[in-house]
Design a protein. Structure first.
Lengths: 332, 516
């Protein structure tokens, strides 16, 4: 109720702000580090929001295919092509932009933890030309969903990689902090971490986690891990362990349950930052890192069925996305 | 011909009856004990399963209701929270910036509709998942019940197996016992008796009886065995009779052979003796006749001379001549008698009386010699013979016996009938005759050496040969048995009916008996 009133108030304030007309279409460069579903959904949200806002714009989408050099070149091209703003999709794209693009505003989105990953120096604002929002989900929310998926969860395994584990390391650090400071009434959960040294070590890492006696394996946002999610899922199924994920890719590709943000809405909210910067002329460095309160619970019945895992029905009832067939996606 | 045996229940039938009894008892046990017990077990187990199933279904229904309630409460709470989060996250400035509240409302409605759609889909999926889980659980429960039912069935089957095995074991044991007892009584024991009887029969006892009265195959066997033994017995009796007949025939044959042999021997002796006697007789008759004339002349002249002679010395000489001549006449008389020995007056004679008369004549001599005369046997022996010849024979034998006992002894005389022959035995306790001389005693002029050395006992040697000839002429025989220094026994046999016309003493009736 309170949130509803606040939303209406913000609506009223916004309506009082003077409108600024844009005389030419904005040229927005979009750097995709890789074709991550998260990033693509966020981009959809940006497009929708800009359309809703009625702002003519031109979006130039370039994919780096996880290539550092290519990404740097793309960024250079954006500068040369005189884009008005660069949209950095994901953590790696944001970091490239932070390194190589200082004279253009950069709005990042789908960055799980901009501070831990070094995109920005602090959550209140970057102090630089970067502003954006995070798909960060608080650890208590993540753990809450995981507990719904795995009742009586006492030991949670964590699988991440050495090469692309920056975000996952941040997630894990936050989770450890939360569990260390957990409020009264929150059941204790132990974490068992395994870091795979490469894609070929993922199955062995799963085997090592299985020996620890964990009841489920958490796949944080880790590109290498969810790029090899099928192998990880098979390895975990061999031990009868369900996967839980905090990434959309993981939740839709092998985990029995996941908790993710609405990346489309995240993109819409990123579009607001773009409007703030380009339309209202706000300094990106002063804009706090945007976060989401909402999240989506993804339930993959197909993966659960394959694993032979029977997760609690309440989770199924309140799921925002239910995947009955591994090749399908539900939700909005 | 024996009447055919009445056929009774055969062995197979008896076995069948016994097994039928066992089967009937087993069936009765099954019906009266096994059936009710199995039914009780089944009802008990089934009831328990049904009760468990009902309990499980009720628990599942209860659980489903509770789950549904919890789900609903949880859903309502989550939906409310999600709504708040949505409103917090919704980029309202996008809509408000253009004053497009209507669009905002539409956005909210769109999201609400999407959420409602998702919820409906979730409910559908939830319902399917609940159904699926319920079905899985029911299937699991059914499987468990099936397992329990199978276990119950297995237990029942096991019970049945145990019971069946027990019953089968009992039935088998009973059958075996029954068959064993039956076999023993119906087969083994009778066969043992048959075997014992067979051994007895093999040992020669054909009087054995087999007490097997059954009317089955064993009884038939026993009856056949008894028939066989009966026939064996009859055969043995027949063989015995035949053997007895053979023995009789054999004995008869032997007797006839012996008799014929004796006849032949006698005939041979007679022939030899007769030949001898005939030769000697002819010679003696001729010599005696001629000598008798000469002796008669000499004696006549000596008697005339003696009548006229007064000289005592000459008279002694003439008396000696007369005595010697007399003796010569005696000898010639004996020789003439020897030459003319044959039976003359054959008629009814009391042989015992003739014997007694002969013994009276030698009584004086016997007393003088110290010989005791003993008489035994029949006092009357009628026969057909020549009394004079018999008298001569008995007198001769008695005289010889007394002469054989110069120092005294016993003369035993017995007379009797031996078959169809009159037998007289004259036994002495004298000096006896050597074995190598026995075959010569009836030869003419035979005397023992001892007798020749003693002039008082010297004779002509013709007495025994004359006696032999006289008895042979009767168709009889004289046999001698002797032992030196013990005594001699002369046995005289003559046919009771007298001599036949055949000179060798055999007759056609005897020959015909042997041929028969």
């Amino acid at each position: 109720m309170k949130a509803c009133c606040a939303a209406l108030a913000a609506l009223a304030l916004s309506a009082a702000a003077p409108a600024q007309e844009v005389t030419r279409p904005w040229r927005l460069g979009v750097l995709l580090w890789h074709r991550s579903p998260n990033d693509l959904r966020a981009l959809d949200g940006i497009r929708n929001a800009l359309k809703v806002a009625g702002r003519p714009h031109q979006i130039l989408v370039e994919e780096a295919d996880s290539d550092q050099a290519r990404a740097e070149k793309i960024v250079g091209d954006f500068r040369d092509r005189g884009v008005d703003l660069v949209l950095a999709m994901g953590t790696e794209a944001a970091l490239i932009c932070r390194e190589h693009l200082h004279d253009l505003p950069v709005v990042y989105t789908a960055v799980t933890n901009p501070v831990e990953s070094g995109v920005v120096s602090g959550w209140p604002g970057s102090g630089t030309n970067l502003a954006g929002n995070s798909n960060w989900i608080p650890p208590e929310t993540v753990l809450g969903v995981f507990r719904r998926a795995v009742p009586r969860l006492a030991r949670l395994g964590v699988l991440r990689s050495e090469q692309t584990g920056v975000v996952s390391a941040a997630e894990l650090a936050e989770m450890r902090r939360y569990l260390g400071e957990r409020p009264a009434g929150v059941p204790r959960v132990e974490l068992a971490e395994e870091v795979a040294v490469g894609a070929d070590d993922l199955e062995a890492a799963v085997d090592r986690l299985a020996v620890t006696g964990c009841q489920a394996i958490w796949i944080p946002i880790d590109f290498l891990v969810y790029e090899n999610i099928e192998r990880v899922a098979r390895a975990a199924a061999g031990h009868g362990l369900p996967l839980v994920s905090s990434s959309l890719r993981g939740a839709t590709s092998g985990a029995v349950a996941g908790v993710v943000v609405d990346y489309e809405m995240l993109g819409e909210r990123a579009a607001l930052i773009v409007l703030d910067v380009l339309e209202r002329g706000r300094d990106p460095g002063t804009i706090p890192v945007g976060t989401m309160q909402g999240y989506q619970v993804v339930v993959n019945i197909g993966a659960a069925r394959e694993l032979g895992y029977e997760f609690p029905l309440p989770l199924l009832a309140l799921a925002d996305v239910v995947l009955d067939d591994p090749s399908e996606e539900g939700g909005r | 011909m024996t009447s055919p045996r009445r056929r009774g229940l055969r062995l197979g039938g008896k076995l069948g009856v016994g097994l039928a009894i066992v089967a009937a008892v087993t069936a009765a046990l099954l019906l009266l004990w096994v059936g009710p017990r199995t039914k009780a077990m089944f009802l008990d187990g089934s009831g328990r399963l049904i009760t468990e199933s009902s309990n499980v279904m009720r628990a599942m229904a209860r659980e489903r209701t509770e789950q549904s309630t919890e789900l609903l409460v949880d859903l309502i709470q989550y939906t409310t929270d999600a709504r708040h989060r949505l409103l917090a996250d919704l980029p309202l400035s996008l809509y408000a910036g253009g004053g497009d509240l209507e669009r905002l409302r539409q956005e909210l409605q769109t999201r609400d509709a999407a959420r409602a759609e998702q919820l409906r889909a979730n409910v559908g999926i939830l319902a399917r998942e609940m159904e699926r889980r319920a079905v899985r659980r029911i299937e699991a429960e059914l499987e468990r019940l099936e397992v329990e039912q199978a276990a119950l069935g297995e237990a029942l089957a096991g019970e049945m197996r145990v019971t069946s095995l027990l019953l089968a074991g009992l039935a088998l044991a009973a059958s075996i016992a029954l068959i064993g007892v039956g076999l023993y009584r119906v087969v083994v024991r009778p066969l043992r008796e048959l075997r014992t009887a067979a051994r007895s029969v093999a040992g020669g006892d054909l009087a054995v009886e087999v007490a097997v009265a059954s009317r089955d195959e064993v009884g038939d066997l026993a009856a056949d065995f008894a028939t066989m033994v009966g026939r064996l017995r009859a055969s043995r009796d027949e063989i015995g009779r035949k053997n007895a007949e053979l023995r009789d025939w054999n004995e008869t044959l032997e007797r006839e052979v012996a008799r014929k042999t004796e006849h032949l021997r006698r005939a041979q002796r007679r022939l030899v003796h007769a030949a001898k006697m005939a030769s000697v007789g002819t010679l003696a008759g001729g010599v005696a006749h001629e000598f008798n004339n000469v002796i008669g002349g000499i004696r006549g002249c000596a008697v005339e001379a003696l009548e006229d002679e007064r000289d005592p010395d000459r008279r002694e000489v003439l008396e000696v001549i007369v005595r010697a001549a007399g003796r010569g006449v005696d000898i010639t008389d004996q020789l003439l008698r020897f030459a003319r020995q044959r039976v003359h007056a054959v008629g009814p004679v009391d042989v015992a009386r003739v014997l007694d008369e002969s013994l009276r004549l030698v009584e004086a001599r016997a007393r003088k010699a110290g010989v005791t005369v003993e008489r035994s046997g029949a006092e009357r022996l009628p026969a057909c013979a020549d009394a004079s010849a018999l008298h001569q024979v008995f007198l001769n034998l008695a005289t010889n016996a007394i002469q054989a006992m110069p120092d005294g002894g016993v003369l035993h005389v017995s007379a009797g009938l031996d078959g169809d022959e009159v037998m007289v035995c004259i036994r002495d306790t004298g000096t006896g005759i050597a074995a190598d001389q026995l075959e010569h005693v009836f030869e003419p002029f035979w005397t023992s050496r001892d007798r020749e050395a003693d002039p008082a006992r010297r004779g002509t040697g013709l007495g025994l040969s004359v006696s032999y000839g006289l008895i042979e002429a009767h168709g009889g025989s004289i046999d001698v048995a002797s032992e030196p220094d013990v005594g001699s026994t002369f046995t005289v046999r003559i046919p009771e009916q007298g001599p036949t016309s055949d000179e060798d003493g055999s007759d056609d009736s005897e020959r015909s008996r042997i041929d028969d």
